[in-house]
Design a protein around this ligand. Sequence first.
Ligand code: C2E
Ligand code: MG
Ligand code: MG
Length: 684
Amino acid sequence: MLQVISCLVYEHDYRYVLLAAVICVAGSLMSMRLFARTRRTTGARRANWLFLAGVVSGSAIWTTHFVAMMGYMPALQHAYDPAITLISLFLAIGFCTIGMVVAASTRTSVLIEFGGAILGVGIAVMHYAGMSAMRVTAQMAWDPTLVAISVALGAFFGAVAMNRIARPVTRFCRYGGALALILAIVSMHFTGMGALTLMPDLSISVPDKGISDSLLILGVLAVMSLVMGTGLSSYLIDNHNEVEAVQRYRQLALHDAVTGLPNRHHLASKLGEIIGGDYDDTSRIAVIAIDLDRFKDINDVHGHAAGDIVLKIIAERLSACLQDGEFLARVGGDEFVAVKTGLYQKSQALEFAARLHAVVCSPVEDAARVLTVGASLGVAYYPDDASDASTLLSRADLAMYRAKQSAFTSICRYDSSMDEANRTRSAMSLELRHAVERNELELYYQPQNDVASGDLVGFEALVRWNHPQRGLVSPVDFIPLAEETGLILPIGEWVLREACTQAARWSNPYKIAVNVASAQISQSDLPRLVDEILAETGLPASRLELEITESSIIEDHQHALSVVRKLKSRGISIAMDDYGTGYSSLSTLQNFPFDKIKIDRSFIASIDTSAQAMAIVRSTIILAESLHIPVLAEGVESASHLKFLRDQGCHEAQGYFFGKPVPIANIQSLVDLKVIDMPMLKTA
Ligand code: C2E
Ligand code: MG
Ligand code: MG
């Protein structure tokens, strides 16, 4: 021990010792940082970090040793053997790398400390190799006990260093690791130096080819600055990349990929922040739910790429029209939410909503076409309508649904009756589930007549729901609900079976038209079901007409076409219902083998007052004529409607003028009239 202390106190030049200490501290800190980084990486990246950590720590140990040697016994003439000096550097790097590889190979086992011990032994190996490179005019004698202690100290503190990094308990453990490495280097070095006794012997000569002190210090510092610089810059580059990656992930996590707008998650936290933050109690916050109308058609007809372009352009325009205190997010496929803070008058929010509506509805010009969508907007206010962000959002949604259903306005403000309506809807969907089993559904029949002669040619079956409490519920109120919930499949099957059963009993072979929802075409094996029902009821296929709307065709064109072909091959006729209200593309008419086009009643209702409606009806009849498809006009309510249609050459008509939909009992006398009295029907 005394030898070690005397070596420290008397045999060193402290300027070098100080420099060595600086290198030792900086090198140890960096080595442990780099080693800690390896534990957060895997695969090739981890191997690279391990190599770098090994090079930096080995070089730090080596440099510390030789700089400290500069301060050792400057009185005797000495030099260093270049080859062995270099070998000692590689030994240090080799041991450090192997030690770190071993320590990093496990998360829990004692290999961590074992790896550290290898690193610590490496310090000793480097030290004694470095000492053997020294050529000095003296005899060198080693105290084996101190040599052994020096090796043990290196191994012990090396193990502690790895232990602190790999099994941290606080964030300061990385400094604890660096401190242990410093202790490993320092205690090993000075104990090792203490183990050495030099007995001057002038008969020993120092070779000329040895490296002098000044050359050694230059070389050592050059190596050290290169290695440390490389290590530091790699660490900083990686850190920077990591910060960038975190920012990118944050951007991705909080923003929508298609439009770049904040997403639902971002919106929720933003709203929460606004409401929970330093909020001016005298002002209001408006939340506006925006849902695009007819967007699905664009996706279906023009493809998802066109849909994405439309969304992007609309999002850009919406963002560009935002003012101070306004925020926009995309929360779903075609749903957006806008927030306006600092409102003192509700009209400000309605102006904002109108501004957003105008922006969404202006046509979008894509390279080849002009696409237009509509929008329904629902407005809810904080604190008037809700006291927390999620209720506020769901109330804005409710108002938006109301706007969607309304024929008169695209912007609705939330009011408490909407909650009631929503609850009614939920209750209704539960009850609808049992409607078929409880026999609550009933079919009404509406006559269809020949325009030229006025004769009856068939009936359309229209479903009603005899609700025990609500009374007779219109299909307009429950069919959309049935479509949303999938209940349309059992309901549709019931309607088909009931209509065919009734029609098969009629003495007169009138046609029976049955509405088919899009889900029945896309999700069920409709031709098989129809075969089964026709066989069961004995109704000839030629008497059955299925009415489908354009939307069911658009959803899956190919599948719908194959279903329609199968049905037609059995002799069933297919009518296109509500023509003019959907996308009404000419290609649908051309590609689909329809047997009838039913012009929607909204056009017939306006032919007396609107020149456009008149023109649409007229041109539809001409178009259908040229495609050899007969036309039926719906909603014929007056003699003037009928006259106009007759003049235009329309074939059939349906409407209150001929008869409202009525229960089966009301048409019994008609369907059982003697055929002889009705010559027209023989061919029907
Ligand atoms: P739709 O198939 O276009 O049926 C015609 C609708 O127009 C019927 O309404 C009918 O009552 C009404 N209507 C007929 N003539 C006139 C008229 O002169 N003036 C006016 N203002 N209206 C007239 P309803 O029965 O309320 O049915 C509405 C819609 O519900 C139907 O439209 C159809 O899309 C759907 N629907 C009805 N029954 C079924 C069904 O069994 N299955 C499916 N999937 N949908 C059905
Ligand atoms: Mg119909
Ligand atoms: Mg219709």
